[in-house]
Design a protein around this ligand. Structure first.
Ligand code: NAD
Length: 614
């Protein structure tokens, strides 16, 4: 990241005066600086120099031309179409019939060999960002080869196409931008969102991942540059959940950004305005939600992703009664974390209801996990949900969530208020509450200190320590720290991946509580059942299925999640469990309920092997 940051700075310096000229063209020399927008957001559109450039963007072409293509693909067009291109894997007959001779080197190379070639190229790169770029370029050239490479090397490549590398990609999005991927809907498109959806080339969309870029991973407001997240997530819907690429639609709602450095950056590709809020924001989201349903039907799944928590909870509650929606940061995270906790039980002994949980962070992830955990405990111990919640303690940026803070707490924290004296430091909370499980979802790097980890070993012989904050730089502690400070006793899982650690001659393999274990299979399950609404029990079923896929052999290594190479088959089982719950709760529409849900889920999964062309 440092290197890319330096590169960006270097480019800017090298460009020097030329950049000033380009900047003037980009923003219009007479434009009013965007900084003034903060003072008067209502007059923004007229005053923003970015918009001036937008208005004049038609003036730069003297002689108009008509863009046109032939519809049947052959020859060079076939090679340039990522959906159909097979590179050197076109057979002799295909080359004969599709006018490809001379356009490729004469050798034939099958897909297996192409995969090997891609991987050996990829492994030459020393930077993850370069690997990401190489993979994206492959996706733009040859979609099937891209997915085959990804699926067969998911353990190695998941950190490249998704967290943590995708965080760097979003930060550098303006600089790295080559080809648009996904649909950009901005606040100036209000009133014509349907028109934009119609511009999207695919008609059979089944899953939409949408962000407004306000809280990208733990990196804050990245505005339109958050597009890397929906794109990355949908790549995993295909690679892991087996959805056809054309069924996936990544969307970014560009409502501006409050990130000053992005607003001032010459390469920032979004609207240069402060975030639109209030009615204007709500109307855009509402128009988008209605347009999705009208265009793709009531069974299109909309996944909210990386919205700031003041919108995340609100939007989820607003639309879950009328649309097929879920929020992955709240519900997907909850299911994956709960699965890790359930899978840890054979190591700790007892039930989850025997544990005391302390969450550092009470936002989307924290309260999402806590709610699902309470639901699970209530069923496991046959107690009410409020009773189950009493086993869960939460700390936010102001300290322990207790009754004396009641007046100033956000509504999602209220169910977890404990009648207890106030404590501000995490260490004090740990000493007072004596948790057996500590979950980090604060985005605050280093908050699980040596003292805290050491203290955890006093309350349990096998303390659970899950620093889930992303990306790696935000993790509450590293795997090495947790294992070393607890002398290898802790059961560890993190949000971003860590390498194995040796403590006192024993190797520990840190598990990654990656949402990718849940959402692709969950989405597939919704499609298999044709569900129209989501119920919490469907996530509970997904969590239990994921936990049950962890073997004793995995646990011996310290893992509370299955190895990633199994994730596609685990996803099929999750899909079955989710679909089955949908039928049980009366929200499935593919009737009658088939007996063989697992087989149906497996058969529905798309595979990227090449097809033979007539
Ligand atoms: P959020 O903004 O909704 O919540 C953050 C919470 O942390 C808030 O309650 C805030 O008060 C609290 N907080 C801030 N500073 C704190 C401090 N110093 N001490 C204690 N609490 C503090 O964000 P979120 O969506 O809940 O995400 C939080 C983190 O969890 C992010 O880093 C995100 O990447 C990570 N996350 C991980 C996974 C996963 O591993 N599968 C999934 C989702 C989110």
């Amino acid at each position: 990241m440092q290197r890319v940051g330096n590169r960006a700075t270097q480019i800017l310096q090298d460009l020097g005066p030329r950049l000033e000229g380009a900047r003037n063209r980009l923003i219009g020399v007479h434009g009013t600086p965007c900084a003034s927008l903060a003072a008067s957001p209502s007059t923004q559109t007229e005053k923003c120099y970015h918009d001036e450039a937008w208005e004049k963007s038609d003036d730069n072409v003297e002689r108009p031309a008509t863009p046109w293509v032939r519809t049947v693909q052959s020859g060079i067009e076939l090679l340039r179409n990522p959906k159909y291109n097979k590179g050197m894997a076109f057979s002799k007959t295909e080359r004969d019939r599709h006018y490809l001779h001379g356009l490729l080197p004469p050798a034939y190379m099958n897909q297996d060999l192409q995969v090997l070639r891609v991987m050996s190229n990829l492994r030459e790169y020393t930077s993850d960002l370069m690997k990401y770029n190489h993979l994206m370029a492959l996706q733009e050239r040859n979609e099937r080869l891209f997915y085959r490479v990804l699926m067969e090397h998911i353990e190695e490549l998941l950190p490249i196409v998704y967290t943590p590398t995708v965080g760097l990609v979003c930060q550098q999005y303006g600089l790295l931008f080559r080809r648009p991927r996904g649909l950009f809907i901005s606040s100036r498109d209000r009133g014509r969102v349907m028109e934009l959806l119609k511009n999207w080339p695919e008609r059979r969309v089944r899953v939409i991942v949408v962000t407004d870029g306000e809280r990208i991973l733990g990196l804050g407001d990245l505005g339109v540059q958050g597009m890397g997240i929906p794109v990355g997530k949908l790549t995993l819907y295909t690679a892991i959940g087996g959805l056809h690429p054309s069924e996936c639609l990544p969307v970014t709602l560009d409502v501006g950004t409050n990130n000053k450095s992005l607003l001032e950056h010459p390469f920032y590709p979004g609207l240069r305005q402060p975030r639109v809020v209030g009615e204007e924001y709500d109307e855009l989201v509402d128009e988008f939600m209605e347009a999705c349903k009208a265009r793709y039907g009531s069974r299109v799944l909309v996944q909210f992703e990386d919205f700031a928590n003041h919108n995340a909870f609100r939007l989820l509650f607003q639309y879950r009664g009328t649309h097929l929606v879920f929020n992955d940061d709240i519900q997907g995270t909850a299911a994956v974390a709960l699965a890790g906790l359930i899978a840890a039980l054979p190591l700790t002994g007892g039930k989850l209801s025997d544990h005391t949980f302390l969450f550092n962070g009470a936002g989307e992830a924290g309260t999402g996990i806590a709610e699902m955990l309470a639901l699970y405990i209530s069923k496991e111990a046959n107690i009410s949900i409020p009773e189950a919640r009493r086993k869960i303690w939460m700390v936010d940026s102001k300290g322990l969530v207790v009754t004396s803070r009641m007046d100033s707490l956000q509504s999602h924290k209220i169910p977890f208020v404990q009648d207890y004296p106030a404590h501000s430091s995490l260490l004090d909370c740990v000493k007072a509450i004596r948790p057996t499980a500590l979950v980090g979802v604060s985005g605050k790097a280093g908050s699980f200190t040596k003292e805290i980890c050491e203290a955890m070993t006093e309350f349990s012989p096998r303390p659970i320590i899950f620093p889930l904050s992303n990306p790696t730089s935000n993790s509450e502690c590293t795997a090495e720290q947790a294992y070393t400070w607890t002398q290898g006793k802790c059961i560890f899982a993190s949000g971003s991946p860590f390498s194995p650690v040796e403590v006192n001659g024993q190797w520990h393999h840190p598990g990654q509580g990656n949402n990718a274990y849940i959402f692709p299979g969950f989405g597939l399950g919704c499609i298999v059942a044709g569900t129209t609404r989501i119920r919490d029990e469907m996530f509970l079923a997904a969590a239990e299925t994921l936990a049950s896929s962890v073997t004793d052999e995995d646990r011996l290594k310290g893992l509370v999640y299955p190895p990633l190479w199994k994730v596609r088959s685990v996803s099929a089982h999750i899909a079955k469990a989710v679909a089955s719950k949908a039928y049980e709760h009366g929200v499935a529409t593919n009737l009658p309920k088939p007996a063989n849900l697992l087989e149906i889920a497996e058969k529905r999964m798309w595979t990227p092997q090449y097809r033979r062309y007539r």
